[in-house]
Design a binder for this molecule. Structure first.
Ligand SMILES: [Zn+2]
Length: 269
């Protein structure tokens, strides 16, 4: 017998993940925002850590990827990640791309069977899909990338490369640090206010601890400005720093922690 857990997928897998309800109707689309539960890594990477960059054992990380792919029904597939550098470069992924697309903060593909994954621990993971053309994109948006407009650049790249309209895209913004927990310094505040002056009053808020940034909100506004339909923009999951049992948060532990996976792609027909 299978039970539904609060995350909405089957408890049988022991590996919970979040999805967009509206996207379940798209046949062949696989997407998921995974958290930290269900893996093999020991503290402080417990347990579904997807990155060796912060010092976790490669063998545990490999087993975690194996479990994650199994839970998503793509066990034997190759998943492509990128060396995320808080910039705004975009990598196009096809069958010839390896497990890593190089230095970039967004990846795009129109090839079913190419799986894109962004790794985060507070930054905003953004998944974009075009159901008619079976296009997928995965974006990593921290404050630097968001100030540089990585989400807008990714949309423009999809428009230029594939000849689609922004309004045909659907986007999901995954678990990220919320304005409840994200106090930022002058450098971040000035970068955001300087690049997005009309948005600053909506996404930068004064608090006794300092300025707080609504990073996911900033990216949502950018996607709207880029021409996405508000009914096709989805916020998924809670603040990573408020949910210590569910998500990795770099800010909460102020140091070493794991990275969670957000994945998207289309099954080959
Ligand atoms: Zn919070």
């Amino acid at each position: 017998m299978a039970f539904l857990n609060p995350w909405g997928n089957l408890l049988q897998t022991c590996l919970p993940f979040l999805t967009v309800p509206d996207w379940r109707a798209h046949r062949g689309l696989v997407h998921a925002f995974l958290g930290r539960r269900g893996g093999f890594s020991a503290p402080p990477y417990d347990s579904l850590n997807a990155s060796t960059a912060a010092g976790d054992k490669p063998e545990d990380v490999r087993k975690n990827w194996c479990e994650a792919k199994k839970a998503l029904g793509i066990h034997s597939a190759r998943v492509t990640t990128m060396r995320q550098i808080h910039g705004c470069d975009i990598a196009a992924v096809d069958e010839g791309t390896g497990k890593e697309a190089g230095e970039a903060d967004a990846m795009v593909t129109d090839r079913p069977g190419c799986w894109l994954a962004v790794l985060t621990a507070d930054c905003v993971p953004i998944l974009l899909v075009h159901p008619g053309r079976r296009i997928a994109a995965a974006v990593h948006a921290g404050w630097r990338g968001s100030a540089a407009g990585i989400a807008v650049r990714a949309v423009q790249h999809l428009v230029d490369r594939y000849g689609i309209r922004p309004g045909e895209l659907s986007a999901a913004l995954g678990p990220a640090i919320g304005p409840c927990c994200y106090t930022v310094g002058h450098e971040a505040a000035e970068a955001v206010a300087g690049s997005w002056p009309r948005l600053q009053s909506s996404v930068l808020h004064k608090s006794p601890e300092g300025l707080r940034l609504d990073l996911r909100g900033l990216n949502r506004f950018q996607l709207l400005q880029a021409g996405l339909d508000p009914t096709r923009l989805h916020d998924v999951g809670h603040c990573t720093a408020c949910s210590p049992g569910d998500f990795f948060s770099h800010r909460r532990v102020a140091g070493r922690t794991g990275r969670q996976i957000s994945l998207v792609g289309w099954m080959p027909s």
